[in-house]
Design a protein. Structure first.
Length: 430
Protein backbone atom coordinates (compact mmCIF):
# COMPACT_ATOMS: atom_id res chain seq x y z
CA UNK A 1 0.00 0.00 0.00
CA UNK A 2 1.36 3.43 -0.93
CA UNK A 3 2.59 5.86 1.72
CA UNK A 4 1.22 9.37 2.10
CA UNK A 5 4.60 10.82 1.12
CA UNK A 6 4.42 9.10 -2.29
CA UNK A 7 3.14 10.99 -5.28
CA UNK A 8 -0.54 10.44 -6.07
CA UNK A 9 -1.36 8.16 -8.97
CA UNK A 10 -2.61 11.19 -10.90
CA UNK A 11 1.03 12.39 -10.96
CA UNK A 12 2.54 9.02 -11.81
CA UNK A 13 2.79 7.52 -8.33
CA UNK A 14 1.42 4.21 -7.08
CA UNK A 15 -2.24 4.15 -5.99
CA UNK A 16 -3.17 3.71 -2.35
CA UNK A 17 -5.47 0.78 -3.08
CA UNK A 18 -4.30 -2.44 -4.69
CA UNK A 19 -6.93 -3.46 -7.20
CA UNK A 20 -7.32 -7.18 -6.64
CA UNK A 21 -10.97 -7.91 -5.90
CA UNK A 22 -14.55 -6.95 -6.76
CA UNK A 23 -14.13 -5.05 -10.03
CA UNK A 24 -11.07 -4.03 -12.04
CA UNK A 25 -11.69 -0.44 -10.91
CA UNK A 26 -12.37 -0.56 -7.16
CA UNK A 27 -10.99 -2.59 -4.26
CA UNK A 28 -12.95 -4.42 -1.61
CA UNK A 29 -13.62 -2.07 1.30
CA UNK A 30 -16.90 -3.49 2.61
CA UNK A 31 -17.91 -6.95 3.80
CA UNK A 32 -21.64 -6.13 3.99
CA UNK A 33 -24.22 -8.27 2.21
CA UNK A 34 -27.50 -6.43 1.85
CA UNK A 35 -29.60 -9.50 1.11
CA UNK A 36 -28.98 -12.71 3.02
CA UNK A 37 -30.56 -16.14 3.32
CA UNK A 38 -32.98 -14.69 5.87
CA UNK A 39 -34.60 -12.36 3.32
CA UNK A 40 -34.60 -15.12 0.70
CA UNK A 41 -36.37 -17.49 3.10
CA UNK A 42 -39.09 -14.94 3.80
CA UNK A 43 -39.69 -14.43 0.09
CA UNK A 44 -39.79 -18.20 -0.46
CA UNK A 45 -42.22 -18.82 2.39
CA UNK A 46 -44.53 -15.97 1.37
CA UNK A 47 -44.61 -17.18 -2.22
CA UNK A 48 -45.58 -20.69 -1.14
CA UNK A 49 -48.34 -19.21 1.03
CA UNK A 50 -49.54 -17.21 -1.99
CA UNK A 51 -49.16 -14.07 0.11
CA UNK A 52 -48.65 -12.03 -3.01
CA UNK A 53 -51.21 -9.22 -3.05
CA UNK A 54 -53.07 -6.78 -0.87
CA UNK A 55 -53.01 -6.11 2.85
CA UNK A 56 -51.66 -9.52 3.85
CA UNK A 57 -50.69 -10.49 7.41
CA UNK A 58 -47.03 -9.61 6.76
CA UNK A 59 -48.01 -6.19 5.40
CA UNK A 60 -50.18 -5.52 8.44
CA UNK A 61 -47.45 -6.68 10.80
CA UNK A 62 -44.81 -4.52 9.13
CA UNK A 63 -47.03 -1.43 9.34
CA UNK A 64 -47.69 -2.16 13.00
CA UNK A 65 -43.96 -2.50 13.71
CA UNK A 66 -43.26 0.77 11.87
CA UNK A 67 -45.94 2.57 13.88
CA UNK A 68 -44.59 1.23 17.13
CA UNK A 69 -40.97 1.94 16.24
CA UNK A 70 -41.74 5.58 15.46
CA UNK A 71 -44.49 6.07 18.03
CA UNK A 72 -47.09 7.25 15.52
CA UNK A 73 -50.76 6.43 15.08
CA UNK A 74 -50.75 5.47 11.40
CA UNK A 75 -48.44 3.94 8.80
CA UNK A 76 -49.30 2.79 5.29
CA UNK A 77 -47.10 0.83 2.91
CA UNK A 78 -47.12 1.92 -0.72
CA UNK A 79 -45.40 0.87 -3.92
CA UNK A 80 -42.51 3.36 -3.66
CA UNK A 81 -41.34 6.52 -1.94
CA UNK A 82 -42.87 8.69 -4.64
CA UNK A 83 -46.28 7.17 -3.93
CA UNK A 84 -45.71 7.84 -0.23
CA UNK A 85 -45.11 11.51 -0.98
CA UNK A 86 -48.09 11.62 -3.35
CA UNK A 87 -50.24 10.16 -0.55
CA UNK A 88 -48.93 12.74 1.92
CA UNK A 89 -49.58 15.71 -0.37
CA UNK A 90 -53.03 14.37 -1.26
CA UNK A 91 -53.68 13.80 2.41
CA UNK A 92 -52.88 17.44 3.12
CA UNK A 93 -55.22 18.62 0.37
CA UNK A 94 -52.63 19.96 -2.10
CA UNK A 95 -54.38 20.74 -5.36
CA UNK A 96 -54.68 22.99 -8.44
CA UNK A 97 -53.36 26.51 -7.96
CA UNK A 98 -51.35 25.65 -4.84
CA UNK A 99 -47.62 26.03 -4.31
CA UNK A 100 -45.33 23.64 -2.46
CA UNK A 101 -41.93 24.79 -1.22
CA UNK A 102 -39.09 22.33 -1.75
CA UNK A 103 -35.29 22.56 -1.66
CA UNK A 104 -33.68 22.86 -5.07
CA UNK A 105 -31.15 20.24 -3.96
CA UNK A 106 -33.00 16.95 -3.76
CA UNK A 107 -34.13 14.11 -6.00
CA UNK A 108 -36.92 14.99 -8.42
CA UNK A 109 -39.34 12.53 -6.78
CA UNK A 110 -39.52 14.72 -3.66
CA UNK A 111 -41.58 17.24 -5.59
CA UNK A 112 -42.82 15.48 -8.75
CA UNK A 113 -46.15 14.34 -7.21
CA UNK A 114 -47.36 17.90 -6.69
CA UNK A 115 -47.34 18.78 -10.38
CA UNK A 116 -49.75 15.89 -11.04
CA UNK A 117 -52.05 17.49 -8.46
CA UNK A 118 -51.98 20.75 -10.39
CA UNK A 119 -49.68 22.50 -7.91
CA UNK A 120 -46.45 24.35 -8.59
CA UNK A 121 -43.08 23.69 -7.02
CA UNK A 122 -41.38 26.69 -5.45
CA UNK A 123 -37.73 25.95 -4.82
CA UNK A 124 -35.61 27.24 -1.96
CA UNK A 125 -31.94 27.41 -1.05
CA UNK A 126 -30.09 24.98 1.19
CA UNK A 127 -27.66 25.72 4.00
CA UNK A 128 -24.28 25.29 2.24
CA UNK A 129 -22.70 23.77 5.37
CA UNK A 130 -25.36 21.09 6.02
CA UNK A 131 -27.01 20.74 2.56
CA UNK A 132 -30.41 20.89 4.32
CA UNK A 133 -33.25 23.26 3.39
CA UNK A 134 -32.60 26.77 4.70
CA UNK A 135 -35.46 27.77 7.04
CA UNK A 136 -35.03 31.48 6.41
CA UNK A 137 -35.20 31.01 2.66
CA UNK A 138 -38.28 28.83 3.11
CA UNK A 139 -39.87 31.75 4.96
CA UNK A 140 -39.00 34.14 2.11
CA UNK A 141 -40.71 31.89 -0.47
CA UNK A 142 -44.09 31.71 1.29
CA UNK A 143 -47.06 33.27 -0.50
CA UNK A 144 -50.81 33.11 0.02
CA UNK A 145 -50.77 30.11 -2.33
CA UNK A 146 -48.34 28.01 -0.28
CA UNK A 147 -50.13 24.79 0.68
CA UNK A 148 -47.23 22.73 2.03
CA UNK A 149 -43.50 22.67 2.71
CA UNK A 150 -41.48 19.52 2.02
CA UNK A 151 -38.05 19.18 3.61
CA UNK A 152 -35.54 16.42 2.92
CA UNK A 153 -33.18 14.71 5.35
CA UNK A 154 -30.73 14.36 2.49
CA UNK A 155 -27.96 11.73 2.46
CA UNK A 156 -28.90 10.77 6.03
CA UNK A 157 -28.25 14.21 7.50
CA UNK A 158 -31.08 15.89 9.41
CA UNK A 159 -32.84 19.20 8.79
CA UNK A 160 -32.96 21.87 11.49
CA UNK A 161 -36.56 21.06 12.34
CA UNK A 162 -37.21 23.54 15.17
CA UNK A 163 -37.18 26.69 12.98
CA UNK A 164 -38.99 24.83 10.20
CA UNK A 165 -41.81 23.81 12.53
CA UNK A 166 -41.89 27.32 13.99
CA UNK A 167 -42.63 28.61 10.48
CA UNK A 168 -45.37 25.99 10.19
CA UNK A 169 -46.96 27.03 13.47
CA UNK A 170 -46.82 30.73 12.57
CA UNK A 171 -48.30 30.29 9.11
CA UNK A 172 -50.45 27.16 9.44
CA UNK A 173 -48.60 25.61 6.49
CA UNK A 174 -48.08 21.85 7.00
CA UNK A 175 -44.67 20.17 6.68
CA UNK A 176 -43.87 16.87 4.95
CA UNK A 177 -40.58 15.18 5.83
CA UNK A 178 -38.91 13.20 3.05
CA UNK A 179 -36.89 10.63 4.99
CA UNK A 180 -35.96 8.45 2.03
CA UNK A 181 -32.22 8.82 2.77
CA UNK A 182 -32.44 8.86 6.54
CA UNK A 183 -33.88 5.65 7.93
CA UNK A 184 -33.50 5.73 11.70
CA UNK A 185 -32.37 9.36 11.91
CA UNK A 186 -33.39 11.40 14.96
CA UNK A 187 -33.84 15.06 15.90
CA UNK A 188 -33.75 16.04 19.57
CA UNK A 189 -34.99 12.64 20.67
CA UNK A 190 -37.70 12.28 18.04
CA UNK A 191 -37.64 10.09 14.96
CA UNK A 192 -37.34 11.98 11.71
CA UNK A 193 -40.67 11.64 9.95
CA UNK A 194 -42.66 12.20 13.15
CA UNK A 195 -41.94 15.91 13.58
CA UNK A 196 -43.84 17.30 10.61
CA UNK A 197 -47.41 16.50 9.62
CA UNK A 198 -46.38 13.42 7.63
CA UNK A 199 -43.18 11.45 7.06
CA UNK A 200 -42.32 9.50 3.93
CA UNK A 201 -39.69 6.85 3.29
CA UNK A 202 -38.47 5.04 0.20
CA UNK A 203 -37.80 1.32 0.58
CA UNK A 204 -36.19 1.10 -2.87
CA UNK A 205 -33.48 -1.47 -3.52
CA UNK A 206 -30.48 0.64 -2.52
CA UNK A 207 -32.01 2.00 0.69
CA UNK A 208 -30.93 0.82 4.18
CA UNK A 209 -34.33 -0.82 4.64
CA UNK A 210 -35.13 -2.27 1.24
CA UNK A 211 -38.20 -3.94 -0.20
CA UNK A 212 -36.81 -3.85 -3.73
CA UNK A 213 -39.49 -1.31 -4.60
CA UNK A 214 -41.75 0.06 -1.88
CA UNK A 215 -42.33 3.00 0.42
CA UNK A 216 -44.20 4.00 3.56
CA UNK A 217 -46.03 7.05 4.89
CA UNK A 218 -46.51 7.70 8.60
CA UNK A 219 -48.59 10.35 10.35
CA UNK A 220 -50.48 11.19 13.53
CA UNK A 221 -53.05 13.17 11.52
CA UNK A 222 -56.25 11.18 11.02
CA UNK A 223 -57.33 13.29 8.05
CA UNK A 224 -54.00 12.72 6.27
CA UNK A 225 -54.21 9.00 6.98
CA UNK A 226 -57.78 8.58 5.77
CA UNK A 227 -57.19 10.61 2.62
CA UNK A 228 -54.05 8.56 1.93
CA UNK A 229 -56.19 5.42 2.23
CA UNK A 230 -58.72 6.99 -0.13
CA UNK A 231 -56.25 7.86 -2.86
CA UNK A 232 -54.25 4.67 -3.24
CA UNK A 233 -55.38 1.87 -0.93
CA UNK A 234 -58.19 -0.17 -2.44
CA UNK A 235 -59.62 -2.40 0.32
CA UNK A 236 -58.64 -0.25 3.27
CA UNK A 237 -61.90 -0.52 5.19
CA UNK A 238 -63.87 1.09 7.97
CA UNK A 239 -63.39 -0.94 11.12
CA UNK A 240 -59.99 -2.28 10.08
CA UNK A 241 -58.34 0.95 8.98
CA UNK A 242 -60.49 4.05 8.77
CA UNK A 243 -61.14 5.88 12.02
CA UNK A 244 -63.99 8.24 11.21
CA UNK A 245 -67.13 8.07 9.07
CA UNK A 246 -65.97 10.90 6.81
CA UNK A 247 -64.75 8.72 3.93
CA UNK A 248 -66.31 5.40 4.96
CA UNK A 249 -68.95 5.44 2.23
CA UNK A 250 -66.23 5.52 -0.41
CA UNK A 251 -64.51 2.41 0.88
CA UNK A 252 -63.36 -0.23 0.22
CA UNK A 253 -62.73 1.00 -3.34
CA UNK A 254 -61.77 4.59 -2.51
CA UNK A 255 -60.83 6.47 -5.64
CA UNK A 256 -59.89 3.23 -7.38
CA UNK A 257 -56.21 4.16 -7.43
CA UNK A 258 -53.72 1.51 -6.30
CA UNK A 259 -50.47 2.47 -4.64
CA UNK A 260 -50.29 -0.75 -2.65
CA UNK A 261 -46.92 -2.33 -1.93
CA UNK A 262 -46.00 -5.85 -3.02
CA UNK A 263 -46.24 -8.04 0.08
CA UNK A 264 -43.09 -10.06 -0.66
CA UNK A 265 -41.08 -6.85 -0.84
CA UNK A 266 -42.59 -5.76 2.46
CA UNK A 267 -41.59 -9.10 3.97
CA UNK A 268 -38.00 -8.50 2.90
CA UNK A 269 -38.15 -4.97 4.30
CA UNK A 270 -39.40 -6.33 7.62
CA UNK A 271 -36.25 -8.44 7.96
CA UNK A 272 -34.07 -5.47 7.05
CA UNK A 273 -35.88 -3.11 9.42
CA UNK A 274 -34.89 -5.39 12.31
CA UNK A 275 -31.25 -5.04 11.20
CA UNK A 276 -31.39 -1.25 10.85
CA UNK A 277 -29.95 -0.28 14.22
CA UNK A 278 -26.86 -2.45 13.72
CA UNK A 279 -26.43 -1.14 10.19
CA UNK A 280 -26.70 2.47 11.35
CA UNK A 281 -24.27 1.86 14.21
CA UNK A 282 -21.63 0.49 11.83
CA UNK A 283 -22.14 3.19 9.20
CA UNK A 284 -22.11 5.93 11.85
CA UNK A 285 -18.84 4.65 13.35
CA UNK A 286 -17.14 4.55 9.94
CA UNK A 287 -18.41 7.99 8.89
CA UNK A 288 -17.46 9.55 12.24
CA UNK A 289 -13.93 8.10 12.12
CA UNK A 290 -13.33 9.36 8.59
CA UNK A 291 -14.74 12.80 9.46
CA UNK A 292 -12.48 12.99 12.52
CA UNK A 293 -9.49 12.20 10.32
CA UNK A 294 -10.31 15.06 7.93
CA UNK A 295 -9.47 17.67 10.57
CA UNK A 296 -5.74 17.67 9.80
CA UNK A 297 -6.15 17.53 6.00
CA UNK A 298 -6.29 20.93 4.27
CA UNK A 299 -9.05 21.49 1.73
CA UNK A 300 -11.69 19.12 3.08
CA UNK A 301 -14.19 19.22 5.93
CA UNK A 302 -17.29 17.33 7.11
CA UNK A 303 -20.79 18.60 6.49
CA UNK A 304 -22.51 20.38 9.36
CA UNK A 305 -24.78 18.36 11.68
CA UNK A 306 -27.29 20.43 13.65
CA UNK A 307 -27.41 20.32 17.42
CA UNK A 308 -29.62 17.46 18.60
CA UNK A 309 -29.51 15.66 15.25
CA UNK A 310 -28.49 12.01 14.93
CA UNK A 311 -27.88 10.95 11.37
CA UNK A 312 -29.29 7.68 10.06
CA UNK A 313 -29.48 5.67 6.90
CA UNK A 314 -26.36 7.32 5.46
CA UNK A 315 -27.57 6.99 1.88
CA UNK A 316 -24.54 9.02 0.85
CA UNK A 317 -21.32 10.25 2.47
CA UNK A 318 -20.66 13.81 1.31
CA UNK A 319 -17.78 15.99 2.47
CA UNK A 320 -17.04 19.57 1.47
CA UNK A 321 -14.07 20.42 -0.71
CA UNK A 322 -12.42 23.82 -0.16
CA UNK A 323 -10.39 24.65 -3.29
CA UNK A 324 -8.92 27.79 -1.67
CA UNK A 325 -7.04 25.58 0.79
CA UNK A 326 -5.62 23.47 -2.03
CA UNK A 327 -4.16 26.22 -4.20
CA UNK A 328 -7.41 26.54 -6.18
CA UNK A 329 -7.56 22.87 -7.20
CA UNK A 330 -10.79 22.14 -9.06
CA UNK A 331 -13.12 19.85 -7.14
CA UNK A 332 -13.49 17.69 -10.25
CA UNK A 333 -9.70 17.30 -10.43
CA UNK A 334 -9.56 16.43 -6.75
CA UNK A 335 -12.20 13.72 -7.21
CA UNK A 336 -10.51 12.30 -10.28
CA UNK A 337 -7.22 12.10 -8.38
CA UNK A 338 -8.96 10.22 -5.55
CA UNK A 339 -10.39 7.79 -8.06
CA UNK A 340 -6.94 7.18 -9.51
CA UNK A 341 -5.88 6.23 -5.98
CA UNK A 342 -8.58 3.56 -6.16
CA UNK A 343 -11.00 5.39 -3.87
CA UNK A 344 -14.51 5.38 -5.40
CA UNK A 345 -15.24 9.06 -4.79
CA UNK A 346 -17.60 11.02 -7.01
CA UNK A 347 -19.29 14.38 -7.44
CA UNK A 348 -22.96 14.87 -6.58
CA UNK A 349 -25.20 12.86 -8.85
CA UNK A 350 -28.27 14.98 -8.15
CA UNK A 351 -28.84 17.93 -10.49
CA UNK A 352 -30.37 20.99 -8.87
CA UNK A 353 -34.06 20.80 -9.71
CA UNK A 354 -34.35 24.32 -11.09
CA UNK A 355 -31.82 23.38 -13.80
CA UNK A 356 -33.91 20.51 -15.17
CA UNK A 357 -35.76 21.48 -18.38
CA UNK A 358 -39.15 20.48 -16.96
CA UNK A 359 -38.83 23.09 -14.21
CA UNK A 360 -36.48 25.58 -15.86
CA UNK A 361 -38.46 25.94 -19.08
CA UNK A 362 -41.85 24.63 -17.96
CA UNK A 363 -43.81 21.76 -19.45
CA UNK A 364 -47.26 21.41 -21.01
CA UNK A 365 -48.12 18.52 -18.72
CA UNK A 366 -51.68 17.90 -19.87
CA UNK A 367 -51.25 19.32 -23.43
CA UNK A 368 -53.17 22.26 -24.87
CA UNK A 369 -51.38 24.67 -22.53
CA UNK A 370 -52.82 23.14 -19.37
CA UNK A 371 -51.18 22.29 -16.11
CA UNK A 372 -49.09 23.97 -13.44
CA UNK A 373 -45.86 24.30 -15.45
CA UNK A 374 -47.19 26.31 -18.39
CA UNK A 375 -49.28 29.42 -18.98
CA UNK A 376 -47.95 32.03 -16.58
CA UNK A 377 -45.36 29.68 -15.10
CA UNK A 378 -42.21 31.82 -14.73
CA UNK A 379 -39.60 29.05 -14.90
CA UNK A 380 -36.07 29.24 -13.53
CA UNK A 381 -32.61 30.20 -14.70
CA UNK A 382 -29.12 29.19 -13.70
CA UNK A 383 -28.06 31.64 -11.04
CA UNK A 384 -31.46 31.78 -9.36
CA UNK A 385 -30.09 29.73 -6.44
CA UNK A 386 -26.48 30.86 -6.11
CA UNK A 387 -25.93 29.36 -2.66
CA UNK A 388 -27.07 25.90 -3.67
CA UNK A 389 -25.28 26.10 -7.00
CA UNK A 390 -21.97 26.90 -5.35
CA UNK A 391 -22.59 24.29 -2.62
CA UNK A 392 -23.16 21.41 -5.03
CA UNK A 393 -20.00 22.20 -6.97
CA UNK A 394 -17.91 21.61 -3.83
CA UNK A 395 -19.47 18.35 -2.61
CA UNK A 396 -17.35 15.21 -2.76
CA UNK A 397 -18.95 11.85 -2.05
CA UNK A 398 -16.94 9.12 -0.38
CA UNK A 399 -18.05 5.47 -0.33
CA UNK A 400 -20.62 4.48 2.28
CA UNK A 401 -19.33 1.38 4.06
CA UNK A 402 -21.64 -0.79 6.13
CA UNK A 403 -19.19 -3.41 7.39
CA UNK A 404 -15.76 -1.96 6.59
CA UNK A 405 -12.67 -4.12 6.21
CA UNK A 406 -10.33 -3.51 9.20
CA UNK A 407 -8.12 -0.86 7.62
CA UNK A 408 -10.78 0.82 5.46
CA UNK A 409 -10.81 4.12 7.40
CA UNK A 410 -7.00 4.42 7.28
CA UNK A 411 -6.94 3.68 3.56
CA UNK A 412 -9.70 6.19 2.77
CA UNK A 413 -7.92 8.90 4.77
CA UNK A 414 -4.54 8.04 3.27
CA UNK A 415 -5.89 8.52 -0.25
CA UNK A 416 -7.41 11.90 0.66
CA UNK A 417 -4.29 13.05 2.50
CA UNK A 418 -2.03 11.94 -0.32
CA UNK A 419 -3.97 13.86 -2.96
CA UNK A 420 -4.29 16.96 -0.74
CA UNK A 421 -0.55 17.03 -0.09
CA UNK A 422 0.17 17.29 -3.82
CA UNK A 423 -2.61 19.76 -4.62
CA UNK A 424 -0.21 22.40 -5.96
CA UNK A 425 1.26 19.98 -8.48
CA UNK A 426 -2.17 18.76 -9.48
CA UNK A 427 -3.16 22.38 -10.13
CA UNK A 428 -0.15 22.77 -12.41
CA UNK A 429 -1.23 19.64 -14.28
CA UNK A 430 -4.82 20.85 -14.84
Amino acid sequence: MGKSKDKPAALGGAPVFVQTVQTPEFPKLDNWKQVTDEEAQVAYDMTLRNELSGGTPVVREFEKEWREKLGVKYAITVMNGTAALYSAFFGLGVGPGDEVICPAYTWICTISPVIFMGARPVFCESDPESMMADPEDIRRRITDKTAAIVVVHLWGNVCDMDPIMEISRETGIPVVEDCSHAHGAMYKGRHCGTIGHAGCWSLQGSKPVSAGESGIIATDDTEVFERACLVGQVNRMKGMDLVTEKYAKYQPLGTGMKFRAHPVGVGIAQVQMRKLKGLNDRRSKYVSEVEAGLKDIPGVKPVKVYEGAVRGGFYGFPIIHIPEEQNGLFTSTFVEALRKEGLPAHLSGYPLLHTLPIFAEGFDLYTRNRGPLCGDYPGYNKGDFPVSEKMVEKLVFLPVLSDPVPDAVDRVLEAIRKVASYADQLVDAE
